[in-house]
Design a protein around this ligand. Sequence first.
Ligand SMILES: [Zn+2]
Length: 307
Amino acid sequence: MSRNELLINVSDNKKCPICKSLNLKIIDKIESNINDFHNFFNLVLCKTCKHRFISKFPNEKYLNELYRNNSNYVIGQYEERKLRKQEFIDKGFTQVLPDNNHWVLKFINLKKKGTYFEIGPGLCNLYKVFVEKEWICEALELQEWIKGPGIVHKFDLIKKDKKDLIVMLDVLEHTVDPILLVNKLSTYQTKEGLLFLTFPNGESFKSKILGSKWPMVHPLSHLHFFSKKSIKIVLEQNGYKDIVIQPFSYVEVYRLLRNVPKLVIKCFLDIFSLKFKSLINRISEFILNILDLLNGDQMKVVAKKIK
Ligand SMILES: [Zn+2]
């Protein structure tokens, strides 16, 4: 993928992609470790609905192409990710471990079997729970190496019948037009059916304090950072009523506390060796993690189809 291709396939966001307001503010320039993105994107805030987003969006065709080609524009080339991919390919779906403690399950009576549909099941740990409990399961997964019962790789192959549960975790922030995607999904949902979402929390302490240095700000992978108000707009426009909109954090209290003695020792060592920059980094990271426990940088949503 070249910079020229990038230039002809992205366009400026002149209004908020969610509420369409023109009342926008540039937060700061996004520094990226991808050379082609140097001085290219800004992080923008909509003052009306508090939605955050990157200043230029790719067109859908180009974005799909980037994902299909595993471009580093959209996919971090992490060793761990490659390892887990190979493991899935080698062992197959039958060896996937079900995640029986997943938060989604707290809102569902698994014994009351129904139809389950997941967009982007990834390594299928949640999907497997529903397959094992003999629900009618379907999933759309664009990565073609992910194979399993009911998993298709193209939107057109999804069966037209309505689904009781639709789950889409960490997908919405990647799409150019989240309203359109939820609209498309809503036509597959039964009335009173539940929709489950997760995405990065644009109103979290980390987001507000770190601005474009928040690790979730990652063009062209993450395009959107929802606020409570902006996700409500997406839901309401598509006939959903929110039941839960709740921040959560990946920081573990236990691990954080367990590391306190080590942190204190390291801070003293920094002071004795006059490494003040390192000292400040350590302390700010610790404070950010505590703040994240109060207002986490991820968001979970449960919504009911009412129309
Ligand atoms: Zn807005």
